[in-house]
Design a protein around this ligand. Structure first.
Ligand code: SF4
Length: 382
């Protein structure tokens, strides 16, 4: 049976973090029964086209899905189970913010079927959390991680580094503290300034500066070394896990397998017969809601991907992974081997420069290649 991952987007947050460019919105009131009905309707809409699939993962992302009533998560999990047979090790992840209010729902979420939580801790000191505009303090972050570790077999938390004024020594200390609290998975992201965010305006105004490129590189390298030494090597550019504890849902994206996206702004990639389609839902919550209430689904566009687009997307996703792209999977997706699908001189040049490694089993980016992946992809695919 072809595996299928299901992504469910809950687009609401208590407030907008200044660095965030996700599809997240603040609303005074949310008619949750209406939202629950719409998410269920969109799930029902897709089920007939996706028979003969095995459900390997459900991921509640956002926004802040920990603000969703646990009954809504339960209804969606139950409905998905009615539509598809579940893999024996079905992973059901929910992203949560570590405020005390949200942590108080963890037990109910677990009862609803959630078996993994991913917490947006982001930093472990109050001054940094304040700078990042977060609604929780360091004590709440530690308490929420502690509670998650007691309630869930699998949990992860995120930190953001390369913050203004952050020194290498301070980040090493923070990583040490994080590892003392961590389970088997950690996500460690470098702070980037995204267009259209409050940070983009403040940064342009000169309100703060980021560490220079050399320091950013040193922070990245310290992250890789420290986590590898602790037994949680990077399996993707920003994600670290003990072997076997990788986030299975995100592996579906990076391995370019099929996923269905439900909710505002959700994306999907679905193989239907010989075709692969890219699906994109309306981004604005109310536009999506209206479309689902009218037509049962909130798709803004569906594109039939060309062979070249499939090749490019698979490379963009797969080279993020330490394992790279398996030769068989690439041939299955594109109908060609790497040597035939890619420009020979560019591929050889990037291998000689030490950024890519082409082996019998597949193609992967080296650690140096993963550190500058956008440039490597630009050179490979230009
Ligand atoms: S809580 Fe998460 S999704 Fe919401 S605004 Fe902050 S970073 Fe964005």
């Amino acid at each position: 049976m072809t595996p299928l991952a299901l992504y469910i987007h809950w687009p609401f947050c208590k407030s907008k973090c200044p660095y965030c460019d996700f599809n997240s919105h603040v609303r005074e009131r949310i008619d949750e029964p209406r939202w629950r009905a719409a998410l269920l309707a969109e799930l029902d809409h897709w089920a007939p086209a996706l028979m003969d699939r095995e459900l390997v993962s459900i991921f509640f992302g956002g926004g802040t899905p920990s603000l969703m009533a646990p009954a809504t998560a339960a209804a969606l999990i139950d409905r998905a189970a009615q539509h598809w047979p579940e893999a024996r090790d079905l992973e059901i992840t929910l992203e949560a913010n570590p405020t005390s209010v949200e942590a108080s729902r963890f037990a109910e979420l677990r009862a609803a079927g959630v078996n993994r939580v991913s917490l947006g801790a982001q930093a472990l000191d109050d001054a940094s959390l304040k700078f990042l505009g977060r609604g929780h303090n360091a004590r709440e972050a530690r308490d929420a991680v502690g509670l998650a570790s007691r309630l869930f077999d699998r949990f992860s938390f995120d930190l953001i580094y390369a913050r203004p004024e952050q020194t290498l020594a301070a980040w090493r200390d923070e990583l040490k503290a994080a590892l003392a609290m961590a389970g088997h998975h950690l996500s460690l992201y470098q702070l980037t300034i995204e267009a259209g965010t409050a940070f983009a305006t403040a940064f342009a105004r000169g309100d703060f500066r980021l560490p220079d490129e050399e320091t950013q590189g040193a922070l990245y390298e310290a992250t890789q070394e420290t986590l590898a030494a602790a037994g949680l090597p990077a399996y993707e550019i920003s994600n670290h896990a003990r072997p076997g504890e990788e986030c299975r849902h995100n592996l579906v994206y990076w391995r370019y397998q099929d996923y269905l996206g439900i909710g505002p702004g959700a994306h999907g990639r679905l193989t239907l017969g010989a075709e692969k389609r890219a699906l994109k839902n309306f981004r604005a919550p109310e536009t999506w809601l209206g479309a689902v209430e009218r037509a049962g689904q909130g798709q803004e566009e569906t594109l039939l991907l060309t062979a070249q687009e499939r090749r490019d997307e698979m490379l963009m996703m797969g080279l993020r992974l330490r394992e790279g792209i398996a030769r068989d999977a690439f041939r299955g997706e594109t109908g060609q081997d790497f040597e035939a699908a890619l420009d020979t001189a560019r591929l050889a040049g990037l291998c000689e420069a030490g950024f890519l490694a082409l082996e019998a089993g597949g193609l992967r980016a080296t650690p140096a290649g993963r550190q500058r992946l956008n440039a490597v992809l630009g050179a490979l695919l230009a």
